[in-house]
Write a protein that binds this ligand. Structure first.
Ligand SMILES: NC(=O)c1ccc[n+]([C@@H]2O[C@H](COP(=O)([O-])OP(=O)(O)OC[C@H]3O[C@@H](n4cnc5c(N)ncnc54)[C@H](O)[C@@H]3O)[C@@H](O)[C@H]2O)c1
Length: 252
C-alpha cells in the first residue's frame, strides 16, 4: 500500500511507524509547512491518505483527497457536523472514505456495550440517570472528545428520555454545547464532563447512578499505538473499495 500521511503530529508519527512495520510505503507526508502540496500532482499514485490534523483543517484536507480520487481514512475529531457533506461527495464521486472518532478496538467494543446497556436500562428502569466523563491530555483541541459524543449518541438512540447532550468543561475554553455548572444540565440531556490533565491518551467512563447503586463502563487507552494501528488496518480495509465506511464495517 502506498500511503500519504496528512498531519505529522503525535498520531501521524505513530502511523508512519505502523505503516513501516506492516510493510507499507509512506510516499507523502503533509503538515502545516507543506500544506500547499496537498494537490493532485503530489497525490498521484497514492492508494490511501490517512488524515489526523485539526478540527479547522480536516474538512478541506479530506475534500481535496476525494476530489483527487484518493481514498481517505480520517480520525480528526471536533468537526464532524460536516462529515455527512463529505460522505455525500464521496458517494457522488465513487470515492472511498473511512471515518471513526476512535480507532481503538477496545473503545469500539465499549461503543457496543454502551448501546446494549442503554437499551437494557430502558427496559428495566431502576431510577438510573446517566452521565459520561472523558479525560485527555492538555493539548487536546476539541471538547468534548469525539469518542464521548459517539457514546452519548449511542445512549440517545437507545434510552428514551435522553434527547441530547451538554458539555460541562470547567477551565476549557473551546468546549461546544457547554453548561457552566453541572446543575444547569437539563434532565433530558446527558452531561459529558471533560477533564484535561497531563499526558492522558484517553479515559472514557459511562456512569449510571440510582439512589442505591452506581454502574460504570470504563475504557482507558494506555498508548497511541492501538489508535494508529486501527487507522492503518482501516486503510488496508479501504484500499480498492468504494463507499463510506466506519468501525462497525471493519469489525464485521
Ligand atoms: N480517531 C481517533 O482514534 C483519534 C486518536 C487520536 C487523536 N485523534 C484526533 O486526531 C487529531 C490529531 O491528533 P494528534 O494527537 O496527532 O494532534 P497533533 O496536534 O499532535 O497533530 C496534528 C498535526 O496536524 C498538523 N496540521 C495542522 N494543520 C494542518 C494542515 N492544514 N495540513 C496538514 N497538517 C496540518 C499540525 O501541524 C500537527 O502536526 C485530533 O483531532 C485528535 O483529537 C483521533
Amino acid at each position: 500500500m502506498k500511503a500519504a500521511i496528512i498531519g505529522y503530529g503525535k498520531m501521524g508519527r505513530e502511523i508512519e511507524r505502523i505503516l513501516a512495520e506492516r510493510g507499507h510505503q509512506t510516499a507523502l507526508i503533509i503538515d502545516l509547512d507543506n500544506a500547499h502540496e496537498l494537490d493532485a500532482e503530489h497525490l498521484k499514485g497514492i492508494d490511501v491518505a490517512i488524515e489526523f490534523t485539526t478540527p479547522a483543517t480536516a474538512y478541506a484536507n479530506i475534500r481535496t483527497c476525494l476530489e483527487c480520487g484518493v481514498a481517505v481514512v480520517s480520525g480528526t475529531t471536533g468537526w464532524t457536523e460536516r462529515l455527512a457533506e463529505l460522505q455525500e461527495l464521496c458517494r457522488e464521486r465513487g470515492g472511498a472514505l473511512f471515518y471513526a472518532s476512535n480507532y481503538c478496538l477496545g473503545v469500539n467494543l465499549l461503543f457496543r456495550l454502551n448501546r446494549q446497556l442503554a437499551a437494557l436500562v430502558a427496559r428495566v428502569g431502576g431510577g438510573y440517570d446517566v452521565r459520561i466523563e472523558e479525560v485527555h491530555h492538555t493539548q487536546k483541541k476539541d471538547a468534548p472528545s469525539g469518542t464521548a459524543i459517539t457514546l452519548a449518541e449511542g445512549i440517545i438512540e437507545n434510552l428514551p428520555g435522553k434527547t441530547g447532550w451538554v458539555n460541562f468543561a470547567p477551565g476549557i475554553e473551546h468546549a461546544t454545547n457547554r453548561v457552566e455548572r453541572s446543575e444547569e444540565t437539563p434532565a433530558d440531556r446527558i452531561e459529558i464532563r471533560s477533564v484535561r490533565e497531563g499526558m492522558v491518551p484517553g479515559i472514557h467512563t459511562v456512569t449510571y447512578e440510582s439512589e442505591d447503586d452506581t454502574l460504570e463502563l470504563r475504557h482507558t487507552i494506555k498508548n497511541r499505538r492501538t489508535l494508529a494501528q486501527g487507522a492503518v488496518v482501516a486503510a488496508e480495509f479501504l484500499c480498492g473499495k468504494q463507499g463510506v465506511y466506519g468501525m462497525d464495517d471493519l469489525l464485521k
